[in-house]
Design a protein around this ligand. Structure first.
Ligand code: GLU
Length: 478
């Protein structure tokens, strides 16, 4: 097989949608798995939808996620960088080929006439599409009018028969030609439409596989016809399943729910987000769900992408993020934790103490944002609030006595370390005869205000003797 060349072709119209990240990721995985190339092409010919800063944001997001590309905006290749708005000459040159061979024609219909036509079609429950008024204009006349009148260029669609899309994921999909709209290829302002620029570029950039969202499937017969009109070889098409809410409705459009940036801000790790997004439509044969990027590259195959919609399950993402927060190296974790704590204004003078705090709270984290929340207690001289469960343990009948014994034992220690804390607890256990959960839960509740969370010896070590004693007194006073 010749070299695999795939592309991710976003339109810079705002934030990066989770679905876009999936498209980028699948293209990346497919390219790396097949030792091919990934190309990024910015499809920015629709000036009315252009959003300032969107491209930077997109490239930043790809960088953050670790999706590296071989050719594209920041990596000029013989025909890059790839901004379609810089390639207008190329599209102009190519449209003349289609005008000459008769597979495209100029259309002079005014916006008002087209509007009236659409309203009429809607009223009569007919499919909304161009009615072909300019399709049969005399060639010489059309050419003359092109010189002086405003016009668009449309593609000709055969008025009978069907166009067949062979899709790697969906199999054979047939489209009745008479239902396909005679799409505008070049707009009145001279800019190409998505369909035209997309096909010309896919061909010129040697794209072998077009992997994109299912919403583009209805456009594919138009693209296939364009390949035929040019006499070009077609790429392989693969349309990825829709993303759904847990109730199987189409995935929410609210930016906070679907923007990659917002997950990043909420403290999700790129490792977790990529693994999670990879599973939106693709899965391995077994039950395993944790696949770091290198394993995804090794395992990813288009044959294992499913046809049916993929449900976006936030609970699963949360679980996965917790898994990765414990899976990444200690060094990497500490760096992220330091950033989070600094952002929240939590910083002790001694870096060793910061390190201990970060490690103490690591267990049980869901997102990075939980770090400052859990670390807060190490920066305060009293427990600010007790959870309901913690209160329940603290108000049990024997608790006060238990904590008093602990206070006495702790006061005897010159300082509190992990080891001397063990001594204290041994003493409490032998004096009171209480052990297991009955012993540890009240202690945990008194020390942290919670019944779950960081490992207790780690907490105690960071708290030190003074705060251990004052937290015990606070709980006894309750
Ligand atoms: N520019 C299109 C988009 O924003 C690309 C679709 C395709 O991959 O062909 O999704």
């Amino acid at each position: 097989m010749s070299e695999v060349r795939v592309r991710f072709a976003p339109s810079p119209t705002g934030f990066v949608h989770i679905g876009s990240l999936r498209t980028a990721l699948y293209n990346y995985l497919f390219a790396r798995h097949n030792k091919g190339k990934l190309i990024i092409r910015i499809e920015d010919t629709d000036r009315s939808r252009y959003v300032e800063g969107a491209v930077e944001n997109l490239l930043n997001t790809l960088k953050w996620a670790g999706i590296e590309y071989d050719e594209g905006p920041e990596k000029p290749s013989p025909c890059g960088p790839f901004y379609q708005s810089e390639r207008l000459d190329i599209y102009r040159k190519h449209i003349t080929i289609l005008l000459q061979n008769g597979s495209a024609y100029p259309c002079f219909c005014s916006a008002e006439r087209l509007e009236k036509m659409r309203t009429e079609q809607q009223k009569n429950n007919m499919p909304v599409r161009y009615d072909g008024t300019c399709r049969t204009l005399d060639g010489a006349e059309a050419e003359q009018r092109m010189a002086s009148e405003e016009h668009v260029i449309r593609m000709r669609i055969p008025q009978s028969g069907e166009t067949v899309v062979k899709d790697e994921i969906r199999g054979i999909v047939r489209f009745q030609n008479e239902l396909i709209d005679e799409q505008v290829l070049i707009k009145a302002d001279g800019f190409p439409t998505y369909h035209f620029a997309n096909v010309v570029d896919d061909h010129l950039m040697g794209i072998t596989h077009v992997i994109r969202g299912e919403e583009w499937l209805p456009s594919t017969p138009k693209h296939i016809l364009l390949y035929e009109y040019f006499g070009w070889n077609k790429p392989v098409f693969a349309h990825l399943p829709l993303l759904l809410n847990p109730d199987r409705s189409k995935l929410s459009k609210r930016q906070g729910d679907v923007a990659v940036e917002s997950y990043r801000e909420k403290g999700y790790l790129k490792e977790a987000l990529l693994n999670f997004v990879a599973l939106l439509g693709w899965h391995e044969s077994g039950d395993e769900e944790i696949f770091p990027l290198d394993e995804l590259i090794e395992k990813f195959r288009l044959e294992r992408v499913s046809k049916s919609g993929a449900v976006f399950n936030l609970e699963k993402l949360n679980w996965m993020n917790g898994v990765y927060l414990r899976k990444i190296s200690e060094e990497e974790y500490l760096q992220l934790a330091r950033q989070e704590m600094e952002r929240a204004g939590l910083k002790q003078a001694d870096p060793q103490v910061n390190r201990k705090i970060a490690l103490a709270v690591r267990n049980g984290l869901t997102t990075l944002k939980d770090i400052p929340q859990r670390a807060g207690m190490f920066f305060s001289d009293e427990i600010e609030s007790y959870s309901r469960d913690a209160m329940e343990w603290l108000s049990k009948s024997g608790t006060k006595a238990l904590l008093k014994v602990m206070l006495e034992a702790a006061e005897k220690q010159p300082e509190i370390t992990i080891d001397s804390f063990k001594e204290v607890m041994k003493e409490v256990q032998s004096k009171t005869g209480i052990k297991g959960k009955e012993l540890w839960m009240p202690v945990r509740a008194a020390m942290t205000g919670m019944t779950e969370g960081p490992e207790l010896p780690l907490v105690i070590e960071v708290l030190g003797k003074q705060r251990l004693i004052s937290f015990l007194r606070q709980a006894i006073r309750l």
